[in-house]
Design a protein around this ligand. Structure first.
Ligand code: ZN
Length: 188
């Protein structure tokens, strides 16, 4: 592919240094995801959901997945951009592998257990479903001598790190994490 027809050069024309940076970050982390292509479209803009700073989408109108990175992320520093790129690259890798790619799946949890030593520099022992615990409660339908048991078992949500898992890896960085240099990113 000619240099001027890469997604990187297109992104650099559209978003300057920020556009080039997301592609360099993609190259830098691609060894973590052997099934990812050499390059894919990376869009910088305002993501469809307010609370998300990145998004991975694929549909029939596109010839493959593309990644969207929020423009305001670049003012937090390039190492935060890297974290969101890794997060979105994991979604992309799972999609291309034909696996479920949502956060609340075994595939997501297995991937972050495997990748954390390489991305965070330490193991992460997270288990899906640990936010639900069985609790035994009195059965409101119980009557002495009736057919209903005296107690019933319910699954209840308990505090867990699923919310953090769904924002991996950035949510596991220390509070004083050095975000790296910022990049001025044009917004539209
Ligand atoms: Zn996600």
């Amino acid at each position: 592919m000619r240099e001027d027809t890469t997604y990187r050069s297109a992104a650099e024309k559209l978003w300057g240094k920020a556009g080039a940076y997301v592609h360099d970050s993609y190259d830098q982390h691609r060894h973590l995801f052997p099934n990812l292509p050499d390059q894919l479209p990376i869009v910088i803009g305002i993501t469809a959901y307010g609370r998300c700073i990145g998004l991975t989408r694929t549909n029939e109108a596109l010839d493959g997945p593309r990644i969207t990175i929020a423009s305001n992320l670049f003012s937090r520093g390039t190492r935060h951009v890297d974290d969101v790129m890794v997060h979105e690259m994991l979604h992309t890798s799972l999609i291309l592998a034909g696996k479920p790619s949502d956060h609340d799946t075994e595939a997501w949890y297995a991937a972050i257990r495997e990748l954390s030593p390489h991305v965070l520099g330490h193991r992460l022992d997270v288990k899906r479903g640990s936010d639900r615990k069985s609790v035994r409660l009195p059965n409101p339908n119980y009557v002495p001598g009736g057919d209903e048991p005296r107690t019933i078992v319910r699954k209840e949500r308990v505090a867990s790190n699923h919310e953090k898992v769904s924002r991996w890896p950035n949510s596991f960085r220390p509070d004083d994490y050095d975000g790296g240099p910022t990049i001025l990113c044009p917004t539209y």
